[in-house]
Design a protein around this ligand. Structure first.
Ligand SMILES: [Zn+2]
Length: 292
């Protein structure tokens, strides 16, 4: 065994550009804590107020060019008025996706009432992220574990092949079934964000948890194009882990795949994010050119 191997791997993982597909940077304190530790681009998952009030969420997203928004859909409120309210905000609020809190809120991804959400997502190139599987230890929840099963997301994904869906948390703990579902659907992606919440079994045994993720993720080929880097960063609910996700990616994937997992997969999964970042690049080029 080459004793320098680990060093080489961790150095390259630390230097690749990152897009964190799943955070809750919903106020200035969380934003400052996050960017004191990383320079990643980050998607902010807005939360329904009934799960966790986050009145400064949009203001926070607008305060930093590295932040983009996934607007919450509250399943306990009528859907259509929420979509009407989101529509004019897509541009000004840098919305790149929608977030649906399955398990926390009763419902299945293929319920009829969900379909207008996907039609809306298709119209505006938005990506739909679902919470799946177990919930945070500290947030109120309906605990509808069956409702969030990825098998229902697969049915919705097949009805909307032009919309991308993210099965957040790899359907914890139905990991192997989730990987099987990912492997047969081009428009499905996943992450292991939120895995190491303080007080959980995984948080207490990160090495053990990584082994479980690794066995599931490597049970099918091609997962280096399906798994996104995501942390669920939200220190007020005991989710402040960042280094643990680098370790996870380093132990599961090959260095040649780091760029895909940390950055490129997220651009494929979130077409509107890709559009906005390439506009940014063009603007920078123009500014740069005019300064010379
Ligand atoms: Zn989350």
């Amino acid at each position: 065994m080459n004793p320098n191997n680990n060093l080489t791997v961790s150095t390259s993982a630390k230097t690749v550009p990152k897009i964190d597909c799943h955070t809750h940077i919903v106020n200035a304190a969380i934003r400052d804590a996050y960017f004191s530790r990383t320079d990643a681009i980050a998607l902010v998952m807005q939360m329904p107020a009934s799960i966790m009030p986050n009145p400064d969420c949009i203001k926070t997203v607008l305060s930093d060019p590295r932040l983009f928004l996934c607007a919450a859909i509250d399943l306990k409120q009528p859907i259509e008025p929420q979509l009407s309210a989101i529509e004019p905000q897509i541009e000004p609020h840098k919305i790149v996706g929608l977030k649906i809190y399955l398990t926390y809120q009763r419902g299945r991804a293929n319920d009829e009432k969900m379909y207008p959400i996907y039609a809306f997502a298709r119209r505006y190139r938005l990506t739909v992220t679902f919470h799946t599987g177990l919930c945070s230890l500290v947030l109120p929840t309906d605990n509808d574990m069956e409702g969030s099963n990825a098998k229902y997301i697969e049915m919705a994904a097949r009805d909307f092949p032009d919309v991308n869906f993210v099965i957040a948390h790899l359907d914890d703990p139905r990991f192997t079934d989730c990987v099987e579902i990912l492997s047969r659907n081009d428009n499905l992606f996943s992450d292991v964000s939120g895995a190491y919440e303080t007080g959980t079994k995984e948080g207490n045994d990160v090495d053990g948890a990584i082994e479980i993720f690794k066995a599931a993720i490597l049970s099918k080929p091609g997962m280096a194009r399906k798994i996104l880097y995501g942390t669920d960063f939200c220190p007020p609910i005991n989710l402040a882990q960042l280094d643990e996700y680098d370790t996870t990616i380093e132990r599961i994937f090959q260095p040649a795949d780091f760029r895909a997992v940390y950055y490129e997969n997220c651009l494929r999964a979130f077409p509107r994010l890709r559009d906005l970042l390439s506009q940014d690049e063009k603007r920078k080029d123009v500014t740069h050119g005019s300064n010379q």
